[in-house]
Design a protein. Structure first.
Length: 709
């Protein structure tokens, strides 16, 4: 196999060692900007070029479609067409691939569909309403989060223990979970959590299938290992028992997704889980200047839950650079206005807007920056707004196509049966649902049996024939032709054309953009599958636009200049993170600050305000404790005379100082928390208390947020 040796010659010694250490378990501890993607890709190419495995015997797992695409492109440059035979993709895509082959062993038909978060929430809302639950008092989104948490741990309903149960809706969450899984089965559908949980169940209940994949995957490579959840960890551990050749690349200092199930302990305990494992540290940073790295390293050194590494600049040209600026403002509006003015000045000086970014801790903070950008007439993009596949018209078209592929898809049926309006009201739908529930059939099939008045029944029968006719067309016509025909005959495009507004014109453009994408697919099934996996944060900016996004969304990106506003107590670190999990929450917030700083190549501008409007109310603010953790010799600290305190604020009594005091002995005492109410203290762990609250159950909170009663 051809392999360009130049790729090896471009590696530094640590990268070379990580690429060529092929046998046995290996943890590559990769700091920000140290070239982990290069290492992963070159390692796969090295394995193939040396004949250590065939391409289909290599499994390379990423967390985003964007990362997988980048790896695929680089690997193709190195080894050519063989790159296409490597099992390379996200965890969910790999899980989907396995289920397409063996789904029948976990009660799935071959053409099952994958629901996104919006569909999941709507399905749960329907279930809760059927159970006469007030969905305003008990939001389906909260239930979805609980179910996803269980699936992140690989727990099917029958595996939920008493300790894992939830107090949601008076303890009914598990019952809803059972109904939810039953409804998914009836629809021949899965959700994202199932793409991990069901392959895990498959391997656990069919050892012969596990043995097949253990034998197949001679080498396993994992990107962003610090972001794996329990189900992903269990899958990897089972698969690695075959060859024991597992290489995980990750950075414990960039573990920022615990709220969606990520468990940094998977990385920290790597040597215990895989005995004899080697650890190689990538510490040469190719992105940032000396001052930026010094600030990031000083900040993250305050965390105790880390393996530790020291980043240094790769090039002498990057020594020094601009000091990291720390600026105080009077209020949030002044902060946003002046930052946008600085960005405009930099742009006039020749720096493209696309090479600058504003990164915020909470999404509501983007509003003031958006106002300032509009006034300055600067092009920008808010990452985290509606993505293409989340738009109403796109969801509608996809729902039509989903129904063509799978007539059991009740969610798709409900979305489009009266869109455009066909006179199918709530009573008609209710009649269909009653018939479907009584006969254990889909809403689509219930059209044949429901007792409905002649006019709406005739309309429903016409709708049914339209969908079945489109299904017949799939055997002789290209998917794009089937879709275009359906959009015309259904009257959906005509509906938007009749509205005659700029917004409707935009919707029609979006519909045709979607239909154009169908040109690349051989079947509707393949297209629906691809769309279902487009819910990850793979957005990219287009043109010369300033990017405004949350810190969580910025991971993996880099810019010349980064602006980090609102570094204030209660916002950053976020108070809820500390309240809920104490020191662990604070450490994750600090890792998030580390991620923000290390997005920058050339300069970082950190700011805070003494007054900020938070959810409609003005609040006084103190600088974040993270500001005090920055090394003075590497920052340019600037005060603001309007704030009442200037450049030096170390003499101000900060509220977190109380955390270092010895806590009172409170075990057994009754206490009150502003959010959770009254409860009794069960355990003390330093400044953290384990409290059983009367109405909220067991929680861990900091002592300073409790009052004895």
């Amino acid at each position: 196999m051809d392999f360009n040796i130049d790729f090896l010659e471009t590696l530094n010694p640590e990268q070379y060692q990580a690429v060529t250490t092929t046998e046995g378990p290996l943890l590559v501890l990769s700091g920000a900007g140290t070239g982990k993607t290069r290492v992963l890709t070159t390692r796969v190419a090295y394995i193939l070029a040396n004949g250590l495995a065939h391409p289909w015997q290599v499994l390379a797992v990423t967390f985003t479609n964007k990362a997988a695409k980048e790896m695929q492109e680089r690997l193709t440059q190195m080894v050519g067409a063989a790159a296409g035979d490597v099992w390379l993709g996200t965890f969910h895509r790999i899980g989907l691939r396995i289920l397409r082959r063996y789904g029948d062993l976990v009660n799935l038909n071959k053409n099952f569909i994958v629901l996104d978060a919006d569909d999941q929430e709507r399905l749960l809302k329907n279930i809760m309403k059927e159970c006469l639950v007030d969905t305003k008092e008990y939001p389906p989104a909260d239930l979805l989060e609980i179910i996803q948490h269980w699936k992140d741990k690989g727990l099917a309903p029958d595996a939920i223990t008493e300790a894992e149960k939830s107090n949601f809706c008076e303890g009914r969450a598990l019952d809803f979970y059972r109904l939810y899984q039953k409804r998914l089965h009836e629809m021949n559908a899965v959700d994202f959590g199932d793409l991990l949980m069901l392959p895990l169940l498959l391997f656990q209940t069919h050892p012969e299938i596990l043995a097949e994949y253990q034998h197949r995957f001679q080498y396993i490579l994992v990107d962003e290992y610090q972001d794996t959840n329990i189900a992903q960890y269990m899958l990897l551990r089972l698969l690695a028992k075959g060859s024991n050749n597992i290489c995980c690349v990750g950075d414990d200092d960039q573990s920022i997704y615990s709220w969606r199930g990520a468990n940094v302990d998977n990385l920290l305990n790597f040597e215990k889980v895989f005995p004899g494992a080697q650890i190689i540290r990538l510490e040469t940073n190719y992105r940032s200047t000396e001052h930026i790295l010094a600030c990031a390293s000083s900040l993250i050194a305050n965390n105790t839950g880390r393996l530790g590494k020291t980043l240094h600049v790769a090039n002498q040209d990057e020594m020094g650079g601009e000091l990291v600026v720390v600026q105080g403002y009077y209020n949030g509006q002044e902060e946003a206005t002046e930052i946008i003015q600085k960005i405009e000045d930099e742009n006039h000086a020749g720096i493209p807007l696309s090479k600058m970014a504003v990164l915020v801790r909470l999404s509501f903070l983007t509003r003031e920056f958006e106002d300032a950008l509009i006034k300055a007439n600067l092009p920008y993009r808010i990452i985290g707004g509606f993505k293409f596949y989340e738009r109403e018209e796109i969801r509608d078209v996809v729902a039509y196509l989903r129904l063509v592929v799978n007539q059991n898809d009740d969610l798709a049926f409900m979305r489009v049966v009266n869109k455009p309006r066909r006179g199918i009201g709530d009573k008609v739908v209710e009649s269909l649902q009653q018939t479907a529930n009584a006969r254990h059939i889909s809403l689509f099939e219930a059209i044949n049996y429901a007792e409905i008045k002649p006019a709406p029944l005739k309309t429903l029968q016409a709708f049914r024939e339209m969908i079945l006719d489109a299904k017949k067309q799939t055997s002789t016509l290209r998917p794009v032709v089937v879709a275009k025909n359906l959009m015309q005959v259904s009257g959906y495009i005509a509906m938007w054309q009749a509205e005659k507004s700029l917004k409707s014109d935009e919707r029609i453009d979006n519909i045709y953009e979607l239909l154009n994408k169908l040109e690349d697919f051989a079947s509707l099934d393949a297209f629906i599958e691809e769309v279902s996996l487009q819910t990850e944060n793979d957005e990219q900016t287009t043109g010369d636009q300033l990017v405004v996004m949350t810190l969580h969304a910025s991971k993996g990106l880099e810019f010349d200049k980064v602006f980090l506003p609102a570094w204030e107590e209660e916002i950053f670190p976020h108070q809820r993170a500390i309240d809920e999990v104490g020191e662990a929450g604070l450490e994750e917030e600090r890792r998030l600050a580390y991620v923000g700083i290390t997005r920058a190549r050339k300069s970082v501008f950190i700011s805070y305000a003494s007054n900020r409007r938070v959810y409609g109310q003005w609040k006084n603010a103190l600088p974040s404790r993270f500001v005090e953790e920055l090394p003075p010799e590497h920052i340019d600290r600037r005060g603001n005379r309007r704030m009442g305190y200037g450049a030096q604020f170390s003499d101000i009594r900060m509220p977190w100082a109380a955390e270092k005091q010895t806590p009172k002995k409170r075990v057994g005492k009754r206490v009150h928390h502003e959010t959770f109410g009254d409860g009794v203290v069960l355990r003390e762990e330093g400044d953290r208390l384990e409290v059983f609250f009367d109405n909220s159950g067991l929680k861990k909170v900091l002592a300073r947020f409790l009052e004895e009663i």
